[in-house]
Design a protein around this ligand. Sequence first.
Ligand code: ZN
Length: 314
Amino acid sequence: MQNAKSSGLSKLDINILGSGLFGFLFLSSNPTLAFLIFIAISIYFGFGALAAYVSDKSPVAPTQNFIASQKGGGIQPSSSAAITDERTIADRINEALEKGDYKCPHCGATVSPLAVKCIYCGSVLAAAVGLPGPEKWDDVEIGQTVLVKHPQKGDLRLTVVNRTFYGELWQKQMRPDVPWTLTGSYFARLGFAGGASAVNWQSRFFFLDGEYALSDQDINRDFAPYARQFAASNQTKTVRFSYKDAYWAISDIGRFRIEFVEGEGIKAQPGAIGRFIHFNSDARAMILEDYQSGGNGLDRIMYGYQIEEKQIKF
Ligand SMILES: [Zn+2]
């Protein structure tokens, strides 16, 4: 999947290439038909540019241009906007590690740059060295056991085996010259032994039992049309659709950068840029993660339940 993505030829390129070949074939046999095809292609791309211009001028939410552009829904200029070059949390930790003088600022003991708390005095280290962190679960560590009140299975005692910090991205205005930047909000995903995970995003909490990989074709066919409708309504419209065995409603779409990962079973690397869709079907929930070309992330669906924060105890 990532190989296909990084091939360098977008679907649009292939379309244009295909049209050109057809035009050439007809030109050699039938000049009139070739001319008509040329006109049709011009009109098609002309309208595409107009639509992109109009949508660019509309007042929109920062996350509006979800999948639409890259997944074959037309041309939207702001998707080509630059993405922040601010260092990821992982970069900053690595720099501290390379300096080799990573010490607890409170007691002076030499500590691991990956440690959340000083093992000598208990100080929270990430905050002390000025690193941003997630709003929830920033002090949860690998190996820790948590108690989850599962909506179906009751109490589960689970061990944290990995964690991922997401940085929330937004664009002040939806224009190609306005870069995507970090909002300053970070959210965590905790992976548990056995494959389940817990995700916090803003005020929402999820317990996700399972996941499977998606191809770009899957995303195009099953999700992109609905994400576009939701985006076009400035995320205000209730967009429902059937997928597999249930009827789903989109609750949020947005864009993120992977800031930090730690532990086993990680499927995205720091610096990876992706988009998400959150879906609900009563208590059930899904999160779709769709990574940008060359973004070092696996496109996937994670499924499970939306839960209350208090259903996870540390
Ligand atoms: Zn200390």
